[in-house]
Design a protein around this ligand. Structure first.
Ligand code: 1Q0
Length: 213
């Protein structure tokens, strides 16, 4: 709904809000749209982050391709995707093999990154004016995604974090208004992001999919 200049983080986070249906299914189109918005935000921070956004973009594209494919209806929600791919045996469960880009494993990578986002935004929300974004980002990363990344990726991520702009610039780029408003917006958005995260986490746990290769 917005072009590149008109980035507003509130709108992006609202997309995540709209992911959950009444019976708590996660709508993949909205989930993917939320990630698109985040990637746009990340790209506006500079080219140091492009190795991160490239990977996110390629995973987004995998999901979009499933949606547009002949079994697109099966990929309407994360729940329907899990049921479909498991019943049709389209997932490499123990080691990578015939289905290196299953919807289940691809979405799991984004899901883990959503945990990072949740932790990072929570730190930003409660941070003091002089807090360092690089430290908040690294702490959130170490608590989440880092556990799934090899050493070389962790190293590169650490370098990228040092290039993050300070808290004030960050808040400005969000385009939400003065810091008080950013904090309030994050307070509204975070519980919904957490809910999307938790619903997905519970689903994956129930089907034993949290460690897909
Ligand atoms: C703003 C700073 C962004 C920092 C993002 C932290 C994540 C660092 C991740 C670095 C690794 C990326 C390189 C590729 C890794 C893949 O190997 C890995 C696994 O996939 P696979 O196929 O090899 O098994 N991929 C992933 O783990 C997916 C990583 C996706 C990261 C997507 C991050 C996009 C985030 C954007 C949010 C922008 C900031 C929002 C903040 C808004 C509020 C101020």
């Amino acid at each position: 709904s917005t072009d590149d200049q008109e980035f507003c983080l509130r709108e992006v986070l609202d997309v995540f809000k709209s992911c959950l249906t009444e019976n708590k299914e996660v709508v993949i189109d909205n989930y993917v749209a939320g990630w698109r918005g985040l990637v746009r935000f990340m790209n506006s921070l500079g080219s140091v982050f492009s190795f991160i956004s490239k990977d996110a973009v390629s995973k987004i594209q995998v999901m979009v391709n499933y949606r547009n494919g002949k079994n697109g209806e099966q990929y309407a929600t994360i729940q329907s995707m899990v049921t479909y791919e498991l019943e049709s045996e389209l997932v490499d469960l123990a080691k990578r093999g015939s289905f290196p880009e299953s919807g289940c494993r691809t979405l799991l990578r984004l899901h883990r990154a959503l945990r990072w986002l949740q932790l990072f935004l929570e730190r930003l929300r409660t941070s003091a004016a002089d807090s360092k974004t690089s430290v908040m980002c690294a702490d959130a990363y170490n608590e989440s995604l880092a556990q799934h990344h090899p050493w070389i990726v962790r190293k590169a991520a650490g370098v990228a974090f040092c290039a993050l702009p300070g808290r004030a610039t960050f808040f400005e780029v969000m385009n939400v208004g003065p810091p008080e408003q950013v904090v309030a917006m994050l307070g509204d958005a975070l519980p919904l992001i957490s809910e999307v995260y938790q619903v997905t986490e519970d689903l994956y746990a129930k089907h034993n999919l949290l460690n897909l290769p």
